[in-house]
Design a protein. Sequence first.
Length: 72
Amino acid sequence: MLGFFAFYLVEKVIMLHSCGEPECEAHTVGWIATVGMASDNIVHGIGIAVGYATNPSLGLVITLAVIAHEIP
């Protein structure tokens, strides 16, 4: 959570989005947000893989936790 807020604040401070107005037609995701999301997904994938390698039941629990984490 701390990492998400740090990336959010850095992105807002240096204005990496192409447009800050709600009326804009094209909204893009800045590179910092992209790196943050990719890093988060890599950690999820490693956790799921280690869980399944340890015990398939544990892998399933971790997979369900990752899915629940993505809903909000």
